[in-house]
Design a protein around this ligand. Structure first.
Ligand SMILES: *[C@@H]1O[C@H](CO)[C@@H](O)[C@H](O)[C@H]1NC(C)=O
Ligand SMILES: *[C@@H]1O[C@H](CO)[C@@H](O)[C@H](O)[C@H]1NC(C)=O
Length: 297
């Protein structure tokens, strides 16, 4: 390996303090064309999530407890504005706000009694031929933890993912907690897995600040690149483009899917605590077109 020149080291060291200052970073501008905008307009009410239109970026029916409405599942928490929700785009649009996805004992979808789940899907993200699953696209999202509704990291959680159109695989998974099949991995980290369940990258879960993620999916090369930052800091690449099989179409989902413990049939059986009151806060959700290497940091 080539050794670093002292001059380069000095300039890097000199550059570090700027990004560590307590001053607020400038809100991020979204530079690339937006394919799906999942940011929550600051005027949106909880009831808007129960129907289509009216500014609801997501589908109204899926994926949630059979007897619950989205307005009973989601919360609009009072938290600081995440990096890309504060972004004013070129048309000077108003800022956006956070949304929290929660789980309760009623978070049972169809007959999946093993899972507790609630997942948002972009309105317009079709199971086959979606504009967000071709070319080169970047999925952005920020997460934040709710001290009043902590996740139980003894369980495996699937928080953000993309499932193939035949439901046989997830091409990319953003998870936390104890992985049932890889229990030696630390539980209190966010982990990004490939379709083959290979750990691509992980970072400790922060319980007091926003954590910002971006996944650049290159469907022409079947690769995933990961960008990350904490708080209001600009994103930085933390994983160079890495092979992942992105074939098979399908849809994105963002929320919480909590797997049970003590079973090999996680969909249908196993143990879930009763009296569940868990949540995860999301902000800055959007997919941009990264053709030509475009990326908002
Ligand atoms: C700016 O944001 C608004 C609100 O999300 C959106 O309707 C509009 O298309 C955006 N404009 C650009 C140029 O991205
Ligand atoms: C967390 O999950 C484990 C495994 O299901 C369970 O034994 C424990 O009681 C749970 N803790 C809380 C605080 O719910």
């Amino acid at each position: 390996m080539k050794s670093f020149s002292p001059l380069l080291l000095a300039s890097v060291a000199a550059a570090v303090p700027t990004s560590l200052t307590a001053e607020a970073d400038a809100p991020a501008a979204i530079k690339c064309p937006i394919v799906f905008d999942g940011r929550i307009p600051s005027t949106l009410a909880l009831s808007n999530f129960d129907s289509y239109g009216g500014g609801n970026p997501f589908g109204a029916e899926y994926v949630k407890g059979n007897d619950l409405k989205w307005s009973q599942i989601l919360q609009l928490p009072t938290v600081s504005t995440s990096r890309f929700d504060a972004a004013v785009n070129t048309s000077g649009a108003a800022p956006f706000k956070a949304v929290e996805v929660t789980l309760s004992d009623k978070s049972i979808f169809q007959k999946q009694h093993g899972f507790r789940r609630a997942g948002l899907q972009f309105n317009g993200d079709t199971n086959t031929g979606s504009p967000a699953w071709k070319g080169i696209k970047t999925l952005h999202f920020s997460v934040r933890q709710d001290a009043q509704r902590p996740l139980n990291l003894s369980h495996e959680y699937l928080n953000v993912w993309h499932e193939s159109s035949d439901y046989s695989a997830d091409q990319i998974m953003f998870q936390t907690g104890t992985m049932i099949d890889q229990s030696s991995l630390p539980k209190n980290t966010f982990k990004i897995f490939s379709r083959q369940n290979k750990l691509l990258w992980s970072t400790p879960m922060d319980t007091s600040d926003w954590q910002n993620f971006a996944l650049t999916l290159d469907f022409t090369k079947n690769t995933v690149q990961v960008y990350y930052s904490k708080g209001t800091a600009p994103l930085a690449s933390v994983l160079a483009a890495t092979a992942d099989d992105l074939t098979g179409d399908g849809e994105y989902q963002l929320g919480i899917l909590k797997k049970p413990t003590g079973t090999s049939d996680v969909v249908n059986s196993g143990f879930q605590e009763t009296g569940l009151n868990e949540g995860q806060i999301y902000g800055g959700i959007f997919i941009e077109d990264s053709a030509g290497g475009c990326i908002s940091l």
